[in-house]
Design a protein around this ligand. Structure first.
Ligand code: ADP
Ligand code: MG
Length: 716
C-alpha cells in the first residue's frame, strides 16, 4: 500500500524470548505469548481476563519465538537491509521493548558463540565479506562511530575522554541532514578493527555507569557505520555511493516512575524517557498520516533518526517481548507500538555522489601524494641519467609501478650517490696539488651535498609512509580481507539466503491469502435453501460480533492507557508547578526587582541547545580590546587585579563573575588618582572583592603601583 512509487513501509518484526529461570520458578510455566511463525502472527492472552475474552492478535512482517535462532532473524529480516546499505541506501535497525526482553541480546548477542552472535557482529561479517567478494574496480571506505544518548545528552563513546567530555551537539545541513558535530569516526579495514571499535565503546559505556543494567535501561546506544563505495560508471568517471547504517539499542520502554520526586531528581526523571516518548509521538504522527506536524525536534533521538522514520532510509524495527504474565501490560503496549510503526512510509533512495563523501577526499589526497612521489622519482631519475648517461627506470607504466619498487629504487639511488660522494671526497683528500684551504672548502661542499641527499631521502620516506597509510585505508574489492576460500561455505551461505527469501515470500503470500479469504467469502456463498442461508448468516453474525467485541475491548484498553498517561502527566505538571512556586518565592523575596528585570531582559532561549542563555553585556571582542588599551601598571597585568577578576578572565563571559570587571575598574581609577598625588599607603574597603594587593611601603623604595594601596575584604 505504498503512497508513491519509491515509498515503502517500515518493516516490523517481533521477537519473544524464552521464559527465564526466575519466571519459571514463579509458577508462570506457560507464557502469555503465542506465535504463528508461518503467518507472522502474535497472539496475546490477558492473564487477568476471563477465558471467554477473545485473544488479541497482531500481524507483522515476521515473528520469532523463543526457539528462534539469531542467524534466522539475521538472514530473513536484516540481511536485505544491509545489502541495500552496501548499495548506497541509508538503513536503520532499532530494537524496542521492555528492559530484559532481549534488545541487547538481539543487537549484540554473545560475541564468542557463533550461534548467539547478534545483528551487529553478523552485520560486520556481512559487510566485509561483501567487500572482499566484490569486483576489483570498486574501492570502499568503511567508518564507524558509537554514541549514546543519556538524559538527553549525546556522548561520544569513542572519545578517550568520554567521561569528562562535553555533551555533543546536533547540527543540520541541507546535504546530510541532521548530524552530530565533532563525533569521532574510525576508519575500519577489517572485521577485527570494527569489533575493536565496538569493544572500546562498550567499555566506555560500562565505565561511566555505576549500575550497567540500570544505565542501559535508560540510555539509547547508536552504532553508526558509513560505507562509501566508488566504482567507475558508464561515463568512465568514478561515482561514489554512500550507505549509512544505524544500529540502535533503545532504552527500556517501561514507564519510569516520575511521581513524588523533586528538584534535580525531577529534572532527571523528566529527561530520562523524553526521547522515548518523543519517539512514540513521532511514530503515532507518522502512522496516522493525517497530522501534518511530526514532532522530530522534541528529542535528540528523534532528530537523529529523522531520516529513518518517514524519510530517506530503509528501516527495520525489532520489537522484543517477554512471555511472563506479570508483564502483560508492557507486552501489549510494545505490540501496539510495533503495530503502529508498520504504517510508517519511508522514501529510500541511493545516495549518489554526495558532496561530503570522505572517499572522494581520500582519493584526491592519494592522487596528490602519488604525484609528489612520482615527481621526486622523476628528479632522482634525471640526476641519475645525467650522472652515468644510461636509462635508470625499468620498463613499465609510471603509475602502475609497485610502491615497493619505487622505494627500493629510491634507496638504491641514495646509496649510490653517497658512495660517489665518498669517492669524490677521498679523491679531494688525496689530491696533493690542492691547497689546504681549497681542500677544506671542497670537502665542506661535499658534506653539504650528502646532508641534502639524506634530507631528501627522509622526506621521500615520509611521503611514502603517508601515501601508504592513506591508501591502506581504502579497501579494494576482490582482495581477501577474510579468508573465504572455502567455496562450500559460500554455497551454503547462498542457499541459506535463498531459503530465507523463500520463507519470507511464503509468509507474505499466506498473509495476503488470509485477507483475500475474508473478502471473497461473501462472494462465493450461494444458498440452496433458506435454512442454509440463515445458518450461514448466523455464523457470520457471530464472527462479526466477536470482532466487534475485540474492537470494543481495544477501545477500552486505549482509553485506559490514555487516562493513565494523562494522570501521569498531570502529576508531573503538579510537581513542576510546585517547583516553580518555590523558585518564584525565592525570586520575589530575595532578588531586588530591578536586578530581576535586568536579568530577565538579558535572557534568550536557544532552541538548538534547548537552554536559556545570557546575552553578553558587551560584545566579547570589544571588551577585550578595551582591556588591551589600558596602561600597564602591574607586573604582567594592565592594572592591579584581584584573584576574582583573574578567575573572571579565565571563565570568559560568565555572569557570576561579571561584577569583578566593575570593581576592577574602580580599583584602577582609585589607583590612578593616588599614584598621581603620591599618597602613602592606605586601606580601601571595597565590597565583594578578594584581598590581593597588600604590600607595605619600604622606606626609600620607589612607589611601585603595587605598593600604593592595600585592599581589604569587605565583609557584610
Ligand atoms: P534488554 O537489552 O532488552 O534489557 P537483554 O538483551 O539484556 O535485554 O536480555 C535479558 C536476558 O535475557 C539476557 O540474559 C539474555 O541472554 C536473555 N535473552 C534475551 N533474549 C533471548 C533469546 N531470544 N534467547 C535466549 N536468551 C535470551
Ligand atoms: Mg539492553
Amino acid at each position: 500500500m505504498s503512497k508513491n512509487k519509491s515509498s515503502e513501509s517500515v518493516k516490523v518484526v517481533v521477537r519473544c524470548r524464552p521464559l527465564n529461570r526466575k519466571e519459571e520458578s514463579n509458577g508462570s510455566a506457560e507464557g502469555i505469548v503465542q506465535m504463528d511463525l508461518r503467518l507472522g502472527q502474535v497472539v496475546l492472552r490477558n492473564p487477568r481476563a476471563p477465558p471467554s475474552e477473545p485473544l488479541k492478535t497482531f500481524t507483522f512482517d515476521a515473528v520469532y519465538d523463543a526457539n528462534s535462532k539469531q542467524r534466522d532473524l539475521y538472514d530473513e529480516s536484516v540481511r536485505p537491509l544491509i545489502d541495500s546499505v552496501l548499495a548506497g541506501f541509508n538503513g536503520t535497525i532499532f530494537a524496542y521493548g521492555q528492559t530484559g526482553t532481549g534488545k541487547t541480546y538481539t543487537m549484540q548477542g554473545a560475541w564468542l558463540d557463533p550461534e548467539k552472535r547478534g545483528v551487529i557482529p553478523n552485520a560486520f561479517d556481512h559487510i566485509f565479506t561483501h567487500i572482499s567478494r566484490s569486483q576489483s574496480d570498486k574501492q570502499y571506505l568503511v567508518r564507524a562511530s558509537y554514541l549514546e544518548i543519556y538524559r538527553e545528552e549525546i556522548r561520544d563513546l569513542l572519545d578517550p575522554n568520554h567521561g569528562s567530555a562535553k555533551a555533543l551537539e546536533l547540527r543540520e545541513s541541507p546535504e546530510t541532514g541532521v548530524y552530530v558535530r565533532d563525533l569521532t569516526s574510525c576508519v575500519c579495514k577489517s572485521v577485527k578493527e570494527i569489533e575493536e571499535v565496538m569493544n572500546v565503546g562498550n567499555q566506555a559505556r560500562a565505565v561511566g555507569a555505576t549500575d550497567m543494567n540500570e544505565h542501559s535501561s535508560r540510555s539509547h546506544a547508536l552504532f553508526l557505520i558509513t560505507v562509501e563505495c566508488s566504482q567507475p560508471g558508464p561515463d568512465g568517471r568514478k561515482h561514489i555511493r554512500v550507505g549509512r547504517l544505524n544500529l540502535v539499542d533503545l532504552a527500556g520502554s517501561e514507564r519510569q516512575a516520575k511521581t513524588g520526586v523533586r528538584g534535580e531528581r525531577l529534572k532527571e526523571a523528566a529527561k530520562i524517557n523524553l526521547s522515548l516518548s518523543a519517539l512514540g509521538n513521532v511514530i503515532s504522527a507518522l502512522a496516522d498520516g493525517r497530522s501534518g506536524h511530526v514532532p522530530y525536534r522534541d528529542s535528540k533521538l528523534t532528530r537523529l533518526l529523522q531520516d529513518s522514520l518517514g524519510g530517506n532510509a530503509r528501516t527495520v524495527m525489532v520489537a522484543t517481548l517477554g512471555p511472563a504474565p506479570q508483564h502483560y501490560d508492557e507486552t501489549l503496549t510494545t505490540l501496539r507500538y510495533a503495530n503502529r510503526a508498520k504504517n510508517i512510509q519511508n522514501q529510500p533512495r541511493v545516495n549518489e555522489d554526495p558532496k561530503d563523501a570522505l572517499l572522494r577526499e581520500f582519493q584526491r589526497e592519494i592522487a596528490r601524494l602519488r604525484a609528489q612521489l612520482n615527481h621526486r622519482k622523476g628528479r632522482s631519475k634525471h640526476k641519475k641519467e645525467d650522472m652515468d648517461g644510461e636509462g635508470w627506470e625499468r620498463d613499465g607504466d609510471e603509475d602502475t609501478e609497485g610502491d615497493d619498487e619505487v622505494e627500493k629504487e629510491a634507496r638504491e639511488y641514495v646509496k649510490q650517490e653517497e658512495q660517489r660522494l665518498e669517492r669524490e671526497k677521498e679523491a679531494i683528500r688525496e689530491d696533493r696539488f690542492l691547497l689546504a684551504e681549497e681542500k677544506q672548502r671542497l670537502l665542506g661542499e661535499k658534506e653539504r651535498m650528502m646532508g641534502d641527499l639524506r634530507k631528501e631521502q627522509e622526506a621521500t620516506e615520509q611521503l611514502t609512509a603517508k601515501y601508504k597509510a592513506m591508501e591502506s585505508k581504502l579497501l579494494v574489492g576482490g582482495k581477501n580481507i577474510i579468508d573465504h576460500t572455502n567455496e562450500q561455505q559460500k554455497m551454503l551461505e547462498i542457499k541459506r539466503q535463498e531459503i530465507a527469501e523463500q520463507t519470507r515470500k511464503e509468509r507474505e503470500m499466506q498473509q495476503q491469502m488470509l485477507v483475500q479469504d475474508e473478502e471473497t467469502l461473501e462472494l462465493r456463498e450461494t444458498f440452496t435453501s433458506l435454512q442454509q442461508e440463515v445458518e450461514a448468516k448466523t455464523k457470520k453474525l457471530k464472527k462479526l460480533y466477536a470482532k466487534l467485541q475485540c474492537i470494543k475491548a481495544e477501545i477500552q484498553d486505549v482509553n485506559d492507557e490514555h487516562v493513565r498517561s494523562r494522570q501521569e502527566l498531570e502529576q508531573t505538571q503538579n510537581e513542576l508547578t510546585r517547583e516553580l512556586k518555590f523558585k518564584y518565592l525565592i525570586i520575589e523575596n530575595f532578588i531586588p526587582p530591578e536586578e530581576k528585570n535586568k536579568i530577565m531582559n538579558r535572557l534568550t532561549f536557544d532552541p538548538e541547545e534547548d537552554q536559556w542563555k545570557f546575552q553578553p553585556l558587551v560584545p566579547a571582542e570589544r571588551s577585550f580590546s578595551q582591556m588591551k588599551k589600558r596602561p600597564a601598571s602591574a607586573v604582567g597585568y594592565k592594572r592591579p587585579i584581584s584573584q576574582y577578576a583573574r578567575v573572571a578572565i579565565a571563565m570568559g563571559p560568565h555572569s557570576r563573575y561579571r561584577v569583578g570587571g566593575t570593581m576592577e575598574m574602580f580599583h584602577w581609577i582609585v589607583h590612578r588618582r593616588w599614584s598621581a598625588t603620591k599618597v602613602p599607603q592606605r586601606t580601601v574597603h571595597l565590597p565583594r572583592t578578594e584581598p590581593v594587593v597588600s604590600e607595605s611601603l619600604a622606606p626609600g623604595k620607589p612607589h611601585s603601583p603595587l605598593a600604593i594601596i592595600s585592599i581589604t575584604h569587605f565583609s557584610t
